[in-house]
Design a protein around this ligand. Structure first.
Ligand SMILES: [Zn+2]
Length: 187
């Protein structure tokens, strides 16, 4: 019998772009994956990140059908995490400058959005696609695949209840370990 191909992820992610991001990472490298829920649709997110009123972006978005859209290059800083240690955020990944000032987490994180609502878990197809996108980043930047590299947006920014119950991060983390990477489309 021929070898079975169990790869059901899309082979490539699609470039959609975004208006708002910071070029480069101020000399830092991506080290953590920040997990978000769109509180909306993939198509709506494509439009919002290309809307001048948004002042926000993420590196990628995952559709319920497993589609992967890219908005910001991983070499640039997406405007996804927000930064505040004065709202009670206890994330251990925060980095501080020698003067004690918080370094914007957008500079050393990758942000991934998931289609859907905070009160409903994402689809299996979305879990698999998200795992494939994250695996690509992990391989590209040599990010260790340990649970502490995966962080809920709300752990960095408690003002947003994101992704709430939409993404089971323990489950996503385990899927990344065995996932095949999803590469950006060639252009
Ligand atoms: Zn979020």
């Amino acid at each position: 019998m021929a070898t079975t191909n169990n790869q059901i992820n899309p082979v490539f992610s699609k470039w959609k772009g975004a208006i708002y991001f910071t070029s480069g990472r101020a000399g830092m490298n991506p080290e953590y994956f920040v997990i978000h829920v769109m509180d909306g649709t993939l198509q709506g997110t494509d439009q919002w990140f290309n809307n001048a009123q948004s002042h926000a972006s993420a590196h990628s978005g995952i559709g319920s059908n497993g589609e992967v859209h890219d908005y910001v290059h991983s070499t640039d800083s997406a405007w996804h995490a927000g930064a505040s240690t004065n709202q009670g955020a206890k994330w251990k990944g925060f980095k501080f400058a020698p003067n004690g000032k918080l370094i914007n987490p957008n500079l050393y994180t990758l942000g991934i959005e998931h289609e859907g609502r905070p009160n409903k878990e994402i689809t299996e197809a979305a879990y698999l696609a998200s795992a494939g996108k994250i695996k690509y980043w992990a391989l590209r930047y040599n990010i260790p695949l340990t649970r502490d590299r995966f962080v809920a947006h709300s752990d960095i920014y408690p003002g947003h209840n994101c992704p709430n119950m939409a993404v089971n991060i323990d489950k996503l983390f385990k899927l990344v370990l065995t996932a095949a990477p999803i590469y950006p489309e060639t252009k």
